[in-house]
Ligand binder design. Structure first.
Ligand code: SF4
Length: 329
């Protein structure tokens, strides 16, 4: 079995398709992030649970609970069908390869593909699954229907799409046509795009923000709503500029007005080891008064051990707060 972290990536791999659907000229810069590494670990645990193998020692209980939940979803969806994990896919038209998380046949004419995702997901993700389906239908002429599932472990939800063979082919054709037009659109992908520094669309945002009549914005609900996308984009630009400054300083380049300070990490306690060492000299009550329990980890561990949701009066509800989110049009 090939683990997600060991997979090779194709330049036109399906995971890039949602970004390409937003912007025809998107070009990945590669690289990883802590969130991506967490996703890779949960994928790995999911495959291990799905194939009945042991989990590595010291695996994070919250990540394991997410993987166990996702494995349960595949179990109930597959309904005793033979599930293939980490299936390699190869497409000739267009040419690409990759690995899908799990797939099985519902009947000889229907392939089901499941992909695990961290976070909230986005509107364009479905095209990634269409990419997997496109490769599968090229290998099996009998497939007439593709059922595609996204399994969102963080929010414990499932999103399902259904496409006929012709619809899959048509969506791929539409994507290729869109890419050939080169139409650029800014979005979440820009921060990971190799064209970012020189992109006219990105510069357009700078120009628009510069030309904004700020005095008029504060009293105009429409203008406030319109300017928010540009401002979110600029916020991300600042993040990117900050990491570039850190990189330059690390290379020995002077960046006027900026210095990087190394902060000493704060010491932490290995709770289990501390209890082992101190239990002769401290009571459990006193020790527990010095501990703060991670609710998410407690809920996950309890669920893994008992199969039930954790409840009790010791869970103190959080204080409500307000978050601004963008409503879909
Ligand atoms: S930076 Fe430009 S080319 Fe890259 S994704 Fe954004 S809009 Fe597209």
């Amino acid at each position: 079995m090939i683990m997600s972290s060991e997979r090779k990536h194709h330049d036109f791999g399906c995971s890039k398709w949602p970004d390409l659907l937003r912007c025809a000229d998107y070009k990945s810069t590669g690289g990883s992030s802590p969130a991506a590494e967490r996703g890779t670990r949960i994928h790995k645990y999911w495959e291990l649970i799905g194939t009945g193998q042991d989990l590595p020692e010291g695996a994070d209980p919250e990540e394991v609970a997410n993987a166990a939940w996702a494995a349960g979803v595949v179990d109930s969806l597959a309904d005793a069908a033979n599930v293939e994990w980490e299936q390699e896919i190869n497409s000739e038209t267009p040419e690409y390869f990759g690995y899908l998380d799990a797939c099985w046949y519902k009947d000889p004419k229907t392939i089901v593909i499941a992909d695990g995702k961290s976070g909230q997901g986005n509107e364009e993700q479905w095209i990634q699954l269409v990419g997997y389906a496109n490769a599968m239908i090229q290998e099996d002429d009998n497939i007439e229907r593709c059922i595609l599932h996204f399994i969102y472990w963080d929010k414990r939800s499932l999103r399902t799409y259904e496409f006929s063979r012709d619809e899959v082919l048509n969506e791929v054709k539409k994507l290729l046509h869109h890419i050939s037009t080169g139409t650029r659109n800014t979005g979440v992908q820009c921060g990971r795009c190799a064209h970012y520094e020189t992109c006219g669309q990105v510069q357009g945002i700078l120009l628009r923000t510069w030309q904004t009549d700020w005095a008029g914005v504060w009293n105009s609900p429409d203008s406030l709503g319109e300017i928010m996308d540009d401002l979110s984009f600029l916020e991300n630009m600042k993040k990117r500029a900050s990491s570039r400054i850190k990189e330059l300083i690390a290379e020995g380049v002077e960046v006027s007005g900026y210095k990087v300070y190394d902060r000493k990490g704060s010491s932490k306690v290995d709770t289990l080891k501390a209890w082992e060492d101190l239990k002769e000299t401290m009571s459990a009550d006193d020790f527990l008064k010095c501990c703060s329990v991670n609710l998410k980890a407690l809920q996950s561990t309890f669920q893994l051990r008992t199969g039930e949701e954790l409840s009790g009066e010791f869970i103190i509800p959080g204080k409500p707060s307000q978050t601004l989110t963008k409503s879909r049009k």
